[in-house]
Write a protein that binds this ligand. Structure first.
Ligand code: UD1
Length: 428
């Protein structure tokens, strides 16, 4: 077990390139199953979720190779039809292999996926979309058995689910006929998936809007593609600067993708400088953050649910109140109890959390219980007085690549310590 030791109160300064996006590379790796020639992916983050996706590709018969941030996938011999329970449990996104497996193999057997515990996370919309495309999907306890080559069709999603949109797109690209997906999710990662599929020779249009059309029956080749910057990692780092003070410029991220987060910190008293391919945030460490109008999470282009915890961690120290309304997932306030251990004054009731700013958080022994909650605790610790110990790093490492090194590069006092559970503190 390892922990992060974070000595708070040092303003962050500097400039950095934001890592490649986890939520973009995962569906792109699943899409590699549809390719008939090798694929090269650049800017591929080193994350345990990415390793889990590569494991699934290997299990299905692909060859994969990683060198630094470049990943090579040779899908020519992919033919297996089973993803084992162990691999399905490794991350929830494993479900996005279902659509491309049906498109390529006409058969897929897997179990319900695992991943972060954010309350019930059903996959009914995924399965309904694949049935609409002409596949037979049966559920037996935790097992999913799906057969039949997709024909194409009219898929209407009851909710603009990111994963269900991706699964439907990936299945539809290998379908015999054409497909239209309505009420599709509009996240930038969906636009990137369209661009990747079209690079391989697919014809997908409309991503970024609510209606996506896919021309079926095209044979995909191979190609190379650069993974977009991670807007949630960017939002976490912006929260860290807001919490600790200082000035940081993030490169490799499109400011429009984090504009809702920038607006919040601007209202809270930070200075924002947005350029075409970079964004800078500055806060005077002697001037406290102010509470802001209600933050309500929503599908893109609304305020991202994944940024709720890190932004809350920053606003927990400051003046005034902020009300959060989490509309996307249940149980997405599990970081609150940990923030309270650091002196935060936060009350939750169902979907709502009321943050009353306190002058300063203090260091504490805290544990990440999910990925973005872990990012939030790092943010809180960077702004807090004294030292914090952050455990539960297996959650953090799913989505933040070498977080301690990134923060050290900005001048933060943070290091990773290997420790037995009972010794997990930061004796200096
Ligand atoms: C993706 C992101 C995740 C982010 C979320 C919302 C990835 C790998 N993960 O997750 O980081 O927090 O979008 O922006 O990209 N729903 C159903 N039935 C379904 C599917 C979803 O009811 O079959 C509901 C969910 O319970 C949730 C809402 O739809 O309330 C949105 O979920 P969804 O967009 O599917 O999230 P993910 O794709 O799992």
């Amino acid at each position: 077990m390892s922990v992060l030791c974070i000595h708070g109160g040092t303003p962050l300064e500097g400039e950095l390139m934001v890592q490649g996006a986890k939520n973009s590379v995962l569906p792109i790796l699943a899409a590699c199953l549809l390719a008939r020639e090798p694929v090269t992916l650049y800017n591929c983050p080193k994350l345990t979720d990415v390793a889990a996706a590569l494991d699934i590709l290997e299990q299905l018969g692909c060859r994969t190779l990683r060198e630094g941030h470049t990943v090579w996938v040779d899908p020519r011999l992919a033919c297996a039809t089973v993803v084992t329970e162990e691999r399905m449990r490794a991350m929830r996104s494993s479900i996005i292999f279902l659509g491309p497996m049906l498109a390529r193999m006409g058969e897929a057997h897997m179990t319900y996926p695992g991943g972060c515990e954010l309350g019930p996370r059903p996959i009914d919309l995924h399965l309904k979309a694949l049935r609409t495309l002409g596949c037979q999907v049966t559920e037996e306890g935790c097992a999913i058995h799906a057969t039949g080559h997709p024909a194409g069709g009219e898929v209407h999603l009851a909710l603009p689910s990111v994963g269900a949109t991706e699964n439907a797109m990936l299945c539809a690209v290998g379908a015999g006929g054409d497909t239209t997906i309505t009420n599709a999710a509009r996240e930038p990662e969906i636009v990137a998936l369209q661009e990747f599929l079209n690079t391989l020779g697919a014809k997908v249009q409309g991503a970024g809007s609510s209606v996506i059309s896919v021309e079926g029956g095209r044979r995909l080749g191979g190609g190379s593609f650069t993974v977009m910057g991670d807007r949630i990692v960017a939002a976490t780092l912006l929260s860290a600067v807001a919490a600790a003070g200082g000035r940081v410029r993030l490169r490799g991220t499109d400011w429009r993708q984090v504009s809702t987060v920038l607006t919040v910190f601007h209202q809270a008293g930070c200075r924002v400088d947005s350029r075409r391919d970079s964004v800078a945030l500055a806060r005077d460490p002697h001037r406290p953050l102010r509470g802001v109008p209600t933050i309500r999470t929503a599908p893109y282009p609304g305020f991202p649910t994944d940024a709720q915890a890190p932004v809350m961690a920053a606003l927990a120290a400051g003046q005034g109140r902020t009300l959060f309304v989490e509309t996307m997932f249940d149980s997405r306030y599990r970081h609150v109890e940990q923030l309270q251990r650091m002196g935060a004054d936060i009350t939750t009731a169902g979907q709502v959390a009321l943050v009353r700013g306190v002058p300063r958080l203090h260091g504490g022994r805290v544990e990440a219980t999910d990925l973005r909650g872990g990012g939030a605790l790092a943010v809180a610790a960077l702004g807090a007085e004294g030292e914090s110990t952050l455990a539960g790093l297996h959650h953090v490492d799913r989505g933040y690549e070498q977080l301690e090194q990134v923060l050290q590069g900005l001048g933060a006092k943070v290091h990773r310590v290997e420790a037995l559970p009972e010794e997990a503190h930061c004796a200096q």
